[in-house]
Design a protein around this ligand. Sequence first.
Ligand code: DPM
Length: 317
Amino acid sequence: MAGSQLRIASRRSQLAMVQTHWVRDELAKAHPGLEIAIEAMATQGDKILDVALAKIGDKGLFTKELEAQMLVDRADIAVHSLKDLPTNLPEGLMLGCITEREDPADALVVHAKHQDKTLATLPDGAVVGTSSLRRLAQLRHHFPHLTFKDVRGNVITRLEKLDAGEYDCLILAAAGLGRLGLGDRIHELIDPSISLHAVGQGALGIECRDGDAAVLAQIKVLEHVPTARRCLAERAFLRELEGGCQVPIGVNSRFVGDELVLTGMVASLDGVRLIRDTCQGPQEDPEAIGIALAHKLRAQGAGEILEAIFAAVRPEA
Ligand code: DPM
C-alpha cells in the first residue's frame, strides 16, 4: 500500500482528537507507507452550546459535517464515538468498522466537598449535571432525592463547571474520562442494575463511503468482532425502537457461552415508568436479538412512553 493516502475527518474536541490519533496510529502500524492526514472540524453539536441537547432534537448532531466531507470526497473516513453515530446513516455511507470497546459504564464524578458520598448518600436536592435523558430518567427512578440540571460542552469544560461549584456531581462515560487520562476523577462506576449505558458507548465507529472496498479493507483491521456483535445488537434495538441518540433508552450486552445476551430499557422522563427486559440468541446474528428485544419492550408499552417524550421535547416546527 506504499504511496497511498487516507484522509480522516474528526471533531476537534480533546476527546475526539485522542480517539482519532489512536485510529491514525493503529492504521499506520497496520499499513506501513500509508500516508494519513487528519482534518479536524467543529460540528453543530460543538457550536450550539446554550440549548439542551434533547431540544435540538436533530439526529447526527455530532456527525453531519464529517459525513459531508466524505460525500464530497474531501475525506475517506470519519472517526466517531459510536454512541454519537445515528443508527440510520446517509445514503452513500456505511459503518465500516467498530473498534474494541472500553468499559461502557457511566461514572459518577463528584465535587471535592462530596468525596465521602455515593449517589445514594448525596444530600437531598443535590444537583446532578447531565443532558442525557437516559441518565436522568434512570437515576430519578432510583434516587428521587436528587435534582438534575443540564450541562453542555465537552468533558473538560464540564469538569471545570463541576469544580467551580455549578453542580454537586456529574455523570460521564467512564470510557471518555479514561481516554482523556482523567480516570482518577471516577468516584464510582454506576452498576447496570441502576443505570444502563447508551447504545455503542465506549466503542469507536469508523464510517466510510459505501462500497469503497480499498478503504474498507484498510480500516477492517481495527474491527473487534465481539465488540462489533454487541454494538450491532444494541444498534438494532435502538433502530427498531426508532430512538435517536437523545431518548431515555439504555442497554447492556454480554456473552454467555455462545450466546449474546442483551438487556434494554425505556423510561419516562420522570423515571416513574421504566420498562426493562432481556433477550438472547446466537451471537452470529446480533441484529435479530436487538429487534426481538425491541418488540418485547414495545409489547410492554415502550412505544407509548417514547411517543409522549417525542411530543414533549420535539422542537416547535
Ligand atoms: C450521547 C449522549 C451523550 C453524548 C447521550 C447519552 C451524553 C450527554 C450528556 C448520544 N452522546 O449518553 O445518553 O451526558 O450530557 C458523548 C460522550 C462520549 C461520547 C461523553 C459522555 C464519550 C464516551 C464514549 C456525549 N459521546 O457520555 O460522557 O465514547 O462512549
